[in-house]
Design a protein around this ligand. Structure first.
Ligand code: AMP
Length: 426
């Protein structure tokens, strides 16, 4: 099946061709015709499936079918995302796929100055991509007029609810015109998502594509058992030996991210760290430097990495395993996207064996282990409980760790217990 048979017009097909896409992904095949038939949809799709184009392409098509006014731009489509990074990326996609069309778009998120956004909105835009908080600021300042909105898209709705945006969403819904088309994208279905979709959607068409990340067929996963104190050395070794040019490395905490970043720089490997304590501008710059190859390693915490989309990212390293097993799935989903093969490597010390067991239970698979010569764990080292502030002996604080907002997930227990994970499996 090619894009030509989906009902998209020439300027959009041209933009798709410019991107070099040969055929639509499964979510695009399913969602585009339904959206073009003006139905609401409830779509279960994760990042990496091509969902952004899945809603952006038909949205641009529908906007361009209505007679566009040459002079007046009013907000006709509103796309809500949970994070600034995702807003920026969706905004980029809107620009990219709409580059042969006359529409203007604005990306509206907090953490940056509001003035440039005010100027942009005053000039008039057709499509707004926003995070809920800053959008509400504009609404209360009356700097945005939403009475012409015809399309509402909630992207990663489950994360929006996870992040406590439900009241903000309700406030925004209350001021939108009731006649509109609604598209809701969520990676998971919970009772909350069901409630939201009942409230928001009008006889929606349900679209579900395979949760590629749980199968993770396109991601080669490996665990390297290693002592905690030797992780940095092993990471440097892997980067140098493999001549890796672009690797996203995850730590559990901001403190861990900063520390690792400093150590990598000392090892002569160009790196940057992104986490919640960095300003939005610093995060945007780090991401841009990483994307265009100026730095080889981006060290990130789970929250900072949400929504990050890097084409053909070949390597993801879990420098520290996440304590929330679902985060592992999100992390490794950053690689192996849209038909590419990616590699996800986890450096696992004895303290983390329980985290590993929980992850393997979740993905219903044992991850292959490789004991690398020269890095085999010292059998005399016993497991210690992990300090949520940053691992063995770390002093860092992580007071806003999501783990604290979730039910306890099998915190590691005292050292004397036997670990069924990787030990003795040589
Ligand atoms: P998303 O799921 O929207 O985050 O998209 C994941 C990645 O897939 C993005 O980097 C897109 O550029 C890419 N992509 C989207 N649609 C296609 C397609 N039909 N063929 C190849 N790559 C695509």
């Amino acid at each position: 099946m090619s894009f030509n048979s989906l009902g998209l017009s020439a300027p959009i097909l041209k933009a798709i061709k410019d991107q070099g896409y040969d055929e639509p992904t499964p979510i695009q095949k399913e969602a585009i015709p339904v959206i073009l038939s003006k139905r609401d949809i409830l779509a279960g799709a994760q990042t990496g499936t091509g969902k952004t184009a899945g809603f952006t392409l038909p949205l641009l098509e529908l906007l361009s079918r209505a007679k566009p006014s040459k002079t007046k731009h009013s907000v006709r489509a509103l796309i809500l995302t949970p994070t600034r990074e995702l807003a920026a990326q969706v905004g980029e996609s809107v620009e990219l796929y709409g580059k042969h069309l006359p529409f203007k778009s604005a990306i509206i998120f907090g953490g940056v100055k509001i003035n440039p956004q005010l100027v942009q909105l005053r000039k008039g835009v057709d499509i707004v991509i926003a995070t809920p908080g800053r959008l509400l600021d504009h609404i209360s300042q009356k700097s945005i007029d939403l009475k012409s909105v015809e399309f509402l898209i909630l992207d990663e709705a489950d994360r929006m609810l996870d992040m406590g945006f439900i009241n903000d969403i309700k406030k925004i819904l209350a001021i939108l015109p009731s006649q509109r088309q609604n598209l809701l994208f969520s990676a998971t279905y919970s009772d909350e998502i069901k409630k939201l979709s009942d409230r928001l959607l009008n006889s929606p068409v349900l679209i579900e594509v395979a949760r590629r990340n749980t199968a993770a067929e396109s991601v080669k996963q490996t665990v390297y058992p290693v002592d905690s104190v030797r992780k940095r050395e092993l990471l440097t070794h892997l980067i140098n030996e493999g001549k890796w040019k672009q690797v996203l490395v995850f730590t559990r905490t901001k403190h861990g991210a900063n520390r690792l970043f400093g150590q990598l720089e000392k090892d002569g490997i160009t790196a940057a760290a992104i986490h919640g304590n960095k300003s939005q501008n610093a995060r945007t710059k780090a991401l841009a430097d990483f994307k265009n190859g100026e730095i080889r390693v981006l060290v990130a915490t789970d929250i900072a990495a949400r929504g990050i989309d890097i084409d053909q990212l070949p390597h993801v390293v879990n420098y520290e395993l996440p304590n929330v097993p679902e985060d592992y799935v999100h992390r490794i989903g950053r690689t192996g996207r849209a038909g590419n093969v990616g590699e996800a490597i986890s450096l696992v010390c004895i303290d983390e064996h329980e985290y590993l067991a929980n992850i393997e239970k979740l993905i219903k698979n044992d991850i292959p282990k490789i004991w690398l010569k020269g890095f085999k764990p010292d059998p005399s080292i016993k497991a210690e409980p992990i300090n949520q502030g940053g691992g063995r002996g770390a002093k860092g604080s992580n007071s806003r760790s999501r783990a604290q907002n979730r039910p306890a997930t099998n915190a590691p227990k005292k050292s004397s217990r036997s670990h069924s994970g990787t030990r003795g499996n040589k």
